[in-house]
Design a binder for this molecule. Structure first.
Ligand SMILES: [Zn+2]
Length: 75
């Protein structure tokens, strides 16, 4: 797998995903990702992106300001 920005080498890693929904913020810890060793660009697999969307949809109904969750627990 190569970086779509610079074609550098991607390695598996985990990151903290943060999403500002306007009136609230969702933070998901320990999200599996690919990190480019050259430019540091982070990308997610299709499965992980779908799970992130699902987690956000679930959380946005119940939070008012900020939600912090763990990918392993929420996915
Ligand atoms: Zn790159």
């Amino acid at each position: 797998m190569t970086c779509f920005m610079c074609k550098g080498k991607n390695v598996e890693d985990t990151t903290t995903f943060m999403c500002d929904l306007g009136n609230c913020i969702v933070i998901i810890k320990n999200v599996p990702c690919f990190r480019c060793t050259q430019c540091g660009e982070i990308s997610y697999s299709d499965e992980v992106s779908k799970n992130i969307q699902k987690i956000i949809e679930k959380l946005r109904k119940s939070i008012t300001d900020i939600a912090v969750t763990d990918y392993k627990l929420a996915a």
